[in-house]
Design a protein. Sequence first.
Length: 329
Amino acid sequence: MSEPTGAARRRGPFQVGDQVQLTDPKGRHYTFTLESGKNFHTHKGSFPHDELIGAPEGTVVRTTGNVAYLALRPLLPDYVLSMPRGAAVVYPKDAGQILAMADIFPGARVVEAGVGSGSLSTFLLRAIGDQGMLHSYERRADFADIAAQNVERYFGAPHPAWRLTVGDLQDNLSDTDVDRVILDMLAPWECLEPVSKALVPGGILCAYVATTTQLARTVEAIREHGTFNEPSAWETMVRTWHVEGLAVRPDHRMIGHTGFLLTARRLADGVEPPMRRRRPAKGAYGEDYVGWGTAKDSGTAKDASAGDRHPSGGQDAPSGGQDAPSGDA
């Protein structure tokens, strides 16, 4: 049985073509590709690549200036943060949340819109494996080229489960029986109709957006569309800690807001989503809102003044600032 694509590059002694991450005594990282006959240069001296070729991971090398560097293969989070960029990348903390909360499984059929520099594509491909399917859509050809190079560099070859299309998802999506759809784009609400048709019942839509305005409009559009359950929205923040003896404290810097994530599940055909009972705060919707449960509605719903149901949709999202691009669009 052959190994999964890229697995051979993740274990064993260093080989020509491998990515190497050096860590200096101050914890700074330097990433390069091993080439026979080449030298690695720093302001603290140099050493030949051949010294690492054939050596095991975790080897310590010394430069001509007698500075020690720890040599390891970069982890995927390290790789995506150091790879060439066209667009901003999806940070590892968000990619990890997408893999977990969108339930990406081996063999899954996944559609992705907004490839950017290929960060999330690499995470998705490693999760679905060679037997899965990832069809990525990217509007900009230059971003698609950078993403393709980054993905191939990580796996060491073109990934057999990946298909990359240059163009808008809403105009080109022809996939059917899709398990998961990941939207990292400016206006995900514009894609709900083709996404709904592509997803299997129970399939998951996951959107990654940058601003509260985008988040609000996407959630309201999902509610109004009527083929998904009530969406869930959240963000993640990562704070590292300094640990040295009894000096245990949070670091002064952290990875704060990068984007909002939301998920919703496709309902079976012909099923209406159950009405969510809640008491929205006064002013949560503008005076021009005409969705379910308001006094301006058709009259079939209960007057919103009773405040015991949450509107399930509406024509206009809450007003706000201009849309901004999402993390990896």
